[in-house]
Design a protein around this ligand. Structure first.
Ligand code: TMP
Length: 224
């Protein structure tokens, strides 16, 4: 696209979904993408770690447990390398073309999984964020919240006879710590984050997601 044309377009909105295992992020992202489509808004759905060909290879390494063997900081570096590729190859180009980006996990997951639970220092995380995402903050982060035992039961049902991945295999204390970390992020940044009850039926959660998107991103666009 020519520079003149792309600079005339309003930037797309960047919406991230966060939460513990079994919170229903993938379902909710899909339902939001469908509603945006019905409203005539172009959106892509992507995920982290992954979302670009290079980052999907790193996802495989991280979820296989290889990153854990190397230590929490090395695992963080792997996630950062994946994010760098994803941001530059997929997220920024889409936003610049006016396309909305709906991303399943982003930097809050690094804060919760590697920071809060892996005990990686905030300065280390800040330095990597400066390199990988710079000033790119989500316009809205939907945090799907539910009790750990409900999320773990859902994740186990979804997995069937499959083997738990590196994070699903962690114990209850790890997952409770994650839930607390995400709730803290929502308290710290209420302007950016919306904490939603993920124990409700998928349709009810989707209605709540749509209300937040409408109120915070669409109504604001109609009356800037
Ligand atoms: P999921 O998106 O299917 O839940 O799987 C991704 C897993 O990777 C999930 O357990 C969270 C974890 N993760 C991190 O540990 N750090 C990160 O920065 C990201 C984006 C995900």
């Amino acid at each position: 696209m020519s520079e003149a044309l792309s600079s005339a377009l309003p930037r797309g909105r960047f919406v991230t979904f966060e939460g513990g295992e079994g919170a229903g992020k993938s379902t909710q992202i899909k339902l939001l993408a469908d509603r945006l489509d019905e409203a005539g808004i172009r959106a892509i759905v992507t995920r982290e770690p992954g979302g670009s060909p290079g980052a999907e290879i790193i996802r495989h390494v991280v979820l296989s447990g290889m990153g854990k063997l190397l230590g929490a900081e090395a695992e963080t570096l792997l996630s950062a390398a994946a994010r760098d590729d994803h941001v530059h190859a997929v997220i920024k180009p889409a936003l610049e073309q006016g396309i909305w980006v709906l991303c399943d996990r982003f930097s809050d997951s690094t804060r919760a999984y590697q920071g809060s639970q892996g005990k990686v220092a905030p300065e280390f995380l800040n330095a990597l964020e400066r390199v990988t995402i710079g000033g790119l903050k989500p316009d809205l982060t939907v945090i799907l919240d539910l009790p750990v035992e409900v999320g773990m039961a859902r994740a186990s049902l979804r997995r069937g006879t499959g083997v738990p991945d590196r994070f699903e295999a962690e114990g209850g204390a790890f997952h409770q710590g994650l839930r607390d970390a995400f709730r803290q992020i929502a308290r710290d940044e209420p302007q950016r984050c919306a904490l939603l009850d993920a124990t409700l039926a998928p349709k009810a959660v989707a209605d709540n997601v749509w209300s937040v998107v409408h109120e915070r991103l669409l109504a604001e666009a109609a009356h800037p």
